[in-house]
Design a binder for this molecule. Structure first.
Ligand SMILES: *[C@@H]1O[C@H](CO)[C@@H](O)[C@H](O)[C@H]1NC(C)=O
Ligand SMILES: *[C@@H]1O[C@H](CO)[C@@H](O)[C@H](O)[C@H]1NC(C)=O
Ligand SMILES: *[C@@H]1O[C@H](CO)[C@@H](O)[C@H](O)[C@H]1NC(C)=O
Ligand SMILES: *[C@@H]1O[C@H](CO)[C@@H](O)[C@H](O)[C@H]1NC(C)=O
Length: 570
């Protein structure tokens, strides 16, 4: 009896197993494993990959590019349920990578007093007066983006706004983020007195009587900023969402975020943002763009420990880039460090905001731990100091693929551009800054230096340097299409010719600088930066079918932005 039951059970098992198997085979038959999720066809796809610079179609599966080429080749991987998007001839480019943004600052600034573009003293005061009306007495009025060059150069002072803000402390950062204006109430709260010493790496601007004017330069900004109540976690999370959404409207799918950090700022901010905002957003599925984070260099060992435990890639959305420090300030604030003095301040050659010995020590240690190092340098002397320091650290630590970065590299001494190529140093530059600097540069550094040494994009490229584009948002607007056009044309507003036409870039070089080169510059080129098989399907559809339109009409914009093969905008 036992044996019969035994055979009965075995037979049933065989029947069930073969049923399951046949179902399985059937399923496989209906949906070939090769099937793409989406075919993007009939376009002009610029790939940023020279092995196939242009294509008309691509196939996407699981967020990555499965095939790219002509229609019939791509169509072969079409299967049950594959969608097709006909581009009707429109141009597609890889998702833009912005190599230098302050993402949360940008997101916060979007809801504060926006002084970008304000071009008279009256308009400046009016904006403050209007905004203060709806603000609870005693709470801080915050804003930024002002540029004194737009109203002739005179720097603002507390006296401009004291009358309209008697009961509100005010802090308004200059558009370059290296200077800010406090009103008298804010100065009082911060305890700024005539006898207060300038902090190292900063200046408290004073009038002839030694009284603070309200302007705080570079690390002196922290005197005021440390009195402003912390931005709440909720506000910062909203800022991330707002900023990401805005970036997508401009075709930006990845940013290198250099944080809320400025010279002398509390380094803990970056770490609070990392855990409370970025990791939170990543774990709760709220990331919309890919973000590569750089942390303040003094915390390099914490970055090292974090990379040891989580790796550089926390998810397909969040990456740890490396560490960042400052060599100098900015041109607009007369704090960029030059070999020769400022034309409008013959006693001033700028500020070295970090001492070279500790900078060089931290760089050596970070590099030895395998971290990528990035340093802000704007003036020609700051750039030379960092180039030499990078050179000596590299020769001590030995050969490796380190991709040292210089952020801005705006003004270079004769021969210095070539060193970027020779030493393999990334020039992380922001073309749109040349639009803002055009009229003030002549006053600050004179025609000769301005013509020969500023924004040397083409010379850098020709020297084989890796040139990566960014915006420095919110210092300039986040807008890759505009920065590409700027790099190609170099025509500032109100000018009828290029600022040094020898430095104009080719369109494809400029596109590469915002895509594949930017990806290499932050070690993300295995995943993004070009439309190539295996890479993430991050791409941008433009509103135009022709590059001529793009360059001449100024009407081309982003029609749609896709991240990982999924439409993220509009
Ligand atoms: C370019 O495409 C080729 C062929 O798919 C691939 O082997 C190569 O890695 C790609 N290069 C880049 C920079 O994406
Ligand atoms: C389409 O692309 C495939 C693969 O690259 C190639 O073999 C084929 O010749 C191409 N067809 C046409 C019509 O260009
Ligand atoms: C491709 O787009 C063009 C517009 O540029 C249109 O005239 C053509 O019909 C489209 N071809 C296909 C096969 O959809
Ligand atoms: C830099 O490192 C050297 C050797 O490790 C050490 O002697 C020196 O004190 C350090 N300097 C600073 C400013 O950290």
């Amino acid at each position: 009896m036992k044996n019969i039951y035994y055979y009965y059970v075995v037979a049933s098992v065989i029947v069930v197993v073969s049923l399951v198997l046949s179902l399985h085979i059937n399923t496989n038959y209906n949906v070939p494993t090769i099937g793409a999720d989406l075919l993007v066809t009939n376009g002009t796809i610029y790939t940023s990959n020279s092995s196939l610079a242009f294509a008309d179609s691509m196939a996407i599966r699981d967020g990555r590019i499965l095939r790219i080429g002509n229609y019939s080749f791509v169509k072969e991987v079409s299967g049950h349920g594959t969608k097709e998007l006909n581009l009707e001839g429109k141009i597609v480019v890889p998702g833009f990578i912005d190599s230098h943004v302050h993402l949360l600052v940008g997101g916060l600034q979007m809801v504060r007093v926006e002084l970008r573009g304000v071009n008279t003293k009256d308009a400046f005061i009016k904006k403050i007066k209007e905004r203060v009306k709806n603000l609870k007495e005693g709470s801080w009025l915050l804003g930024g983006g002002w540029n004194n060059d737009l109203w002739g150069g005179e720097l603002p002072s507390a006296s401009w706004i004291d009358e309209v803000t008697p009961h509100h402390p005010v802090w308004l950062s200059r558009m370059d983020g290296h200077m800010g204006l406090a009103n008298s109430l804010a100065l009082k709260i911060a305890g700024v007195s005539n006898s207060m010493q300038d902090p190292v790496g900063g200046t408290i601007s004073r009038n002839a009587d030694g009284e603070a004017t309200g302007l705080m330069i570079d690390s002196a900004m922290k005197v005021i900023i440390s009195c402003i109540p912390e931005v709440s976690v909720e506000e910062r999370r909203q800022a991330l969402e707002r900023a990401s959404r805005y970036a997508l409207t401009k075709g930006v799918t990845t940013v290198v975020d250099v944080g809320r950090y400025f010279p002398g700022a509390p380094v803990e901010h970056s770490w609070e943002d990392f855990s409370d905002v970025y990791k939170w957003a990543d774990l709760s599925g709220k990331m919309m763009i890919r973000i590569c984070l750089f942390f303040p260099m003094p915390t390099w060992s914490q970055v090292f420990d974090t990379v040891q435990t989580t790796g550089r890639k926390l998810s397909q959305w969040l990456y740890i880039g490396g560490v960042k420090a400052f060599a100098d300030g900015s041109l607009g604030s007369n704090s960029a460090l030059f070999h020769e003095p400022y034309a409008d301040e013959p006693w001033n050659t700028g500020l070295q905001v970090t001492d070279m010995e500790s900078l060089s020590n931290m760089t050596a240690q970070s590099d030895k731990s395998g971290l990528q190092v990035s340093i802000h340098a704007i003036g020609d002397k700051a750039n030379d100091l960092i180039l030499n320091m990078y050179h000596s650290v590299a020769s001590i630590n030995g050969k490796r693929d380190r991709r040292f970065r210089i952020e801005h590299a705006q003004h270079l001494a004769p021969g210095s551009a070539a060193k970027f190529g020779e030493l393999g140093i990334v020039a992380s530059v922001q073309p749109d800054h040349l639009l803002d600097d055009a009229d003030s540069a002549v006053k600050k550094i004179g025609l000769e230096r301005m013509q020969k040494g500023s924004y040397l994009f083409q010379t850098l490229l020709a020297s084989n340097a890796l040139v990566a584009f960014g915006s420095d948002w919110p210092v300039a607007d986040i807008d890759p299409l505009n920065s590409i056009k700027t790099a190609v044309k170099r025509i500032p507003p109100g000018w009828d010719k290029a600022w040094n036409s020898a430095e104009c870039m080719k369109l494809t070089d400029a596109l590469n600088a915002h895509t594949i080169s930017a990806a290499r510059a932050c070690f993300l080129d295995e995943d993004i930066g070009s439309l190539s098989v295996g890479k993430m399907a991050d791409f941008v559809i433009l509103t135009t079918q022709s590059w001529d339109d793009f360059m001449t009409q100024g009407t081309t914009s982003v029609a749609a932005t896709y991240v990982g093969g999924v439409q993220a905008y509009p």
